[in-house]
Design a protein around this ligand. Structure first.
Ligand SMILES: [Ca+2]
Ligand SMILES: [Ca+2]
Length: 192
């Protein structure tokens, strides 16, 4: 459907993406085709993104987490994701280096984009993340991780900051890199 011209990715974007991600031209072209099919306007809206996310987490309430992820992917702040933002995000979160992933995690937690993470921001993301955990898995969580608030408190305690303090990106990344428990608290990976 659609003529070949409108569905081809611009050379410039393709070159840029092959340089900045590990994906091959062939992979990128294939995804672009799929992207165009699912998203003829070339832009993903927050509600479309939520729908995509919910398909990945059918047993969870993914809406609030999807909202935060969307914000962190929308690097030019225009309220939509274009193909480039989408692919760069996919690269960072799925195949990128650990350091890139943690830079992304920082932007996820830094809700107001002021360059610092506060305890309130940690709490907000921990609540959204907790909703991603299906009910049947929640019952198997350790006692000190079985509510969103406990998880936020535990995560915050690893950074040795006062409740009213704030974390820089370097402090956040260092804290996560040095502590596997902290890393486990900033993400949710489905069991199967
Ligand atoms: Ca955008
Ligand atoms: Ca902030």
């Amino acid at each position: 459907m659609g003529n070949a011209k409108s569905s081809a990715m611009s050379k410039e974007i393709l070159e840029d993406l092959t340089l900045s991600t590990k994906f091959t031209e062939q992979e990128l072209s294939q995804w672009y085709e799929n992207f165009q099919k699912q998203c003829p306007t070339g832009r993903i809206t927050p509600s479309e993104f939520e729908a995509i996310y919910s398909r990945f987490f059918p047993e969870s309430e993914a809406k609030s987490y999807a909202h935060h992820v969307f914000r962190s992917f929308d690097t030019n702040d225009d309220g939509t994701l274009d193909f480039k933002e989408y692919i760069v995000a996919l690269h960072m979160t799925s195949t990128g280096k650990m350091s890139r992933k943690l830079e992304w995690a920082f932007s996820l937690f830094d809700l107001d984009k002021n360059g610092y993470i506060t305890k309130a921001e940690v709490s907000e993301i921990c609540h959204a993340l907790f909703k991603l955990i299906p009910a049947k898995e929640r019952s198997r969580l350790p006692e000190d991780e079985n509510t969103a608030e406990k998880r936020a408190n535990k995560l915050w305690s690893y950074f040795n900051k006062a409740a009213g303090g704030r974390l820089t990106e370097a402090e956040f990344i260092k804290g996560i890199v040095e502590n596997e428990d902290a890393l486990h608290l900033i993400q949710y990976q489905p069991q199967e």
